[in-house]
Design a protein around this ligand. Structure first.
Ligand SMILES: Nc1ncnc2c1ncn2[C@@H]1O[C@H](COP(=O)(O)OP(=O)(O)OP(=O)(O)O)[C@@H](O)[C@H]1O
Length: 252
């Protein structure tokens, strides 16, 4: 569905993403992992056409640079790493912005499915009771769920999520990740997400890319990528031993 070929992002002489390629196919959940500063968010910005890059990003074979923003927004929904609303918009209004791509054109303003899509997105993310709340009054986790709801309301075919678990408590981490997995069961859908929690990556991912200093260290099926050797190379520590140690705290 979504393919990146030889994507490189440079800021001055600093290469942030170095000749990265990926191919996201229907039904896949591709986890993008790697240490702080590895270039994960920058890759997502490049896909969202927000970071200057070389290389090509294709939607079903077509270079996305040739697509209109509204057309792209119906295909790809992007949750950025940092989201904020500096005004007292309500939760419902911000989620409704996800429908913007459906409102342009000849019958400007009409979006017959919009209300139902917003309603469903509010319900999916547990925000129905907060629909009239001001964005300025929300907690970090509530704010994160509003922007997730906005992406769901957009009804795209591919979700691109930069740290979707950001600010979420354990209950909502489980809820949102299970929700995304259910969302993915519909034909014609795929997910690419940045995750720091490697347990979440392993539990929910089908494929992974491990990045370090902009370079692809490993790419493929999740179990083939998340090996002790690859993780040690990238994180400079015995990740498996650390995970087991953390888990053993609960067995005392
Ligand atoms: N606009 C920019 N100008 C210069 N350097 C930038 C710019 N954007 C990002 N960088 C640098 O590129 C590197 C990669 O940043 P990026 O945000 O993509 O990393 P990341 O893998 O998402 O990290 P994290 O896990 O901390 O979120 C960092 O060293 C960052 O400082």
């Amino acid at each position: 569905m979504l393919q990146g070929e030889h994507i490189t992002v440079r800021y001055g002489s600093f290469t942030v993403v170095d000749d990265l390629s990926f191919h996201l196919k229907e039904g896949q959940w591709l986890m993008l992992a790697g240490p702080n500063g590895a270039g994960k968010s920058t890759l997502i910005e490049a896909i969202a056409q927000g970071a200057p890059h070389s290389g090509t990003i294709r939607w079903k074979g077509e270079d996305i640079r040739g697509l209109k923003a509204s057309s792209l927004a119906r295909k790809i929904g992007v949750l950025a790493q940092k989201n904020n609303v500096g005004y007292a918009y309500t939760v419902e209004e911000v989620v409704g912005l996800g429908r913007y791509a459906y409102k342009s054109g000849l019958f400007s303003g009409r979006d017959d499915d919009g209300k139902a899509a917003v309603e469903k997105a509010l319900e999916m993310t547990g925000l129905s009771d907060l629909r009239h709340a001001s964005m300025l009054t929300l907690s970090g986790g509530e704010t994160q769920r509003v922007f997730l709801a906005q992406v769901f309301a957009q009804d795209p075919q591919v979700l691109i999520l930069d740290e979707p678990a950001n600010h979420l408590d354990l209950k909502y981490q489980q809820h949102i990740f299970s929700l995304i997995r259910d969302w993915l069961k519909e034909p014609g859908r795929a997910v690419l997400s940045v995750v720091h929690d490697l347990s979440l990556a392993r539990k929910y991912g089908t494929h992974a890319i491990l990045l370090d200093h902009g370079k692809t260290i490993s790419r493929g099926l999740i179990d083939d990528v998340m090996t002790p050797e690859n993780l040690k190379q990238v994180y400079g520590m015995d990740v498996y031993a650390w995970m087991k140690d953390m888990l053993s705290q609960w067995e005392k």
